[in-house]
Design a binder for this molecule. Structure first.
Ligand code: SF4
Length: 217
């Protein structure tokens, strides 16, 4: 059985061949672009600001008002919480050999039966991908069994915009079902060892130089 995360599943959906070359065969590594590097640095700065009150560097000061709003939310804070579920979709340790899915929530507040989740985004807010919030909400509900309602949002820090969703425990099965078709395809790829190349507009950024569809940027 394979383990997955939201981003690895997304990579598979984008191009199974790239997923195979990078994640299964480990023939190539994904390139560390300037955007990824910047995103990682911002995440770290925001994490430290929330967790330890570490002042934001001058160039990140503009994120302070958004972060200060988050800090005012009542409840127990869990910044950058690592969560994992086993094959039975039950909470387990990150390193558990039975681990099935892993995810890190940027910002989580637990307040009674309510949870508030935020994922920081440094990219464009043009096509927000809220599906990752579903997975985070499902994992939070397993790690904190008292939670019945989750408010979750994508915080586009560069654009001062916030896209929110709300989920309830009653919807869990429906939310899981939204991942099943892609997970079934991924399972089949592993079983049959079939990984189709899927040319797409990211081929220029693909590390798989041996692919016939690879092109220089
Ligand atoms: S170049 Fe394009 S088609 Fe080929 S592996 Fe990479 S993403 Fe897939």
């Amino acid at each position: 059985m394979f383990t997955w995360s939201y981003s690895s599943l997304k990579d598979y959906i984008t191009c199974p061949k790239q997923y195979q070359e990078v994640k299964v065969l480990k023939n190539y590594q994904k390139e560390m672009t300037e955007q990824i590097l910047y995103g990682n640095q911002v995440h770290k700065a925001l994490e430290n600001y929330i967790k330890d009150g570490e002042p934001l560097a001058q160039n990140y000061q503009r994120f302070a008002p958004l972060m200060d709003t988050l800090k005012e939310i009542p409840g127990e804070f869990h910044p950058e919480l690592r969560m994992a579920l086993n094959f039975d979709r039950k909470a387990c340790k990150w390193s558990d050999p039975e681990c099935w899915v892993r995810g890190i929530v940027d910002f989580l507040v637990i307040d009674g039966e309510h949870a508030f989740i935020v994922d920081y985004k440094t990219g464009s807010n043009k096509y927000p991908d809220v599906k990752q919030l579903r997975l985070m909400a499902l994992m939070v509900m397993e790690h904190f069994p008292q939670i019945n309602k989750v408010k979750a949002g994508l915080m586009f820090v560069m654009h001062n915009s916030f896209i929110t969703e709300e989920y309830t425990r009653e919807e869990s099965e429906k939310l899981w079902n939204s991942f099943i078709p892609d997970l079934e395809r991924l399972k089949l790829s592993y079983e049959k060892d079939i990984w189709h190349a899927t040319p797409n507009n990211l081929c220029g950024w693909c590390p798989v130089k041996s692919c016939e569809h690879h092109k220089e940027r």
